[in-house]
Design a protein around this ligand. Sequence first.
Ligand code: SOE
Length: 387
Amino acid sequence: MRKLNVAMIGGGFMGKAHSIAYAGMPMFFWPAPAIPVRKAVVDVNEEMAKTAAERYGFEAHYADWRRVIEDPSIDIIDIVTPNDSHAEIAIAAAKAGKHIICEKPLARNGEEAKSMLDAVKEAGVKHMVAFNYRRTPAIALARKYIEDGAIGKILNFRGTYLQDWSADPNSPLSWRFKKSVAGSGALGDIATHVIDIARYLVGDITEVMATTNTWIKERPVQSGGVDKLGTVKAAGDVKKEAVDVDDEVSTFLRFDSGAVGSIEATRNAWGRNNFITFEIHGESGSIFFNYERRDELQVCFEDDPGDRRGFRTIYTGPAHPYGEALWPIPALGVGYTETKIVECHDFISSIVNDTEVSPNFYDGYRIAVISDAILESASSEKWVKSI
Ligand code: SOE
């Protein structure tokens, strides 16, 4: 069976998710399109790179990402670093002819994303941006129902992504709160996942009208480079610095299809954890999804008899997207790991079969342009074109 050598750049939380996907993908998808071989892991923190190699099963580790770009035996570069390094690494990787999977958001803004898109197009390599949630079986099932015409023409998409890990003012100021590194706050970090889902289900977004807020204006400076996502709080009299990104974003949307909608995202919503939801209303039915109950898709169809019409729950399983590869009984439970495994499968397949995969750098670029328009609208307080 064909093998593809992977070098992963970044050994933190997302590195763990990607490593499990490389190991687990052939266990779910068999025969696998190719076996991903965990060749090398890179982290600027040498100690972290060493630990990541031992823990996540990579053969070698380095502190300088250029080592793996120069290595002719590496087929895939996997970028799981903070956002400010995505463009430099991806452009170098493309020039070296490597296939690239890059964590989200693709870049800090549309211009940076465009330079990455141009580089992969010129090099003719395969590229993917890791908006994994659309690979939740229930979300793929929602797309199938929409394509089958089960809810008719879509009128409205209402999406949320609510978390609470930064609601405490003592959650430290990691790179996710710095514009120079992250590009934006809740917008780039989590709203972009819902923008990806909205584009996947309803189509492209042509215009936005948004508002953003930064409720917690300064935070304690994080000690150490590892982002613990608010699980380790600062205590006592610690140095604080200003937050220069949004804590929350709310935006109205106009879609190319004529549908309208909205997305709200915040990391300061006490009690909400990974509350990715959407409700879609069509001319002949509705669909509701909540990631915190991700084995379930709620549907209501107009042509159900009037006395039985209402939302009912479909539990995803073997009869649904990716179901044959995943678990043999509906509601046995799919999670974050499975979305990453399906993502890994689809990316590796695109390399082996020389096909396009989505979401790719074009999608990442479009989402960056839409994000730029959201920020512009929040400052101008006007509708802004995003296409
Ligand atoms: C933090 O908000 C975070 O880790 C995001 O960066 C991820 O993309 C999301 O999947 C989980 O939450």
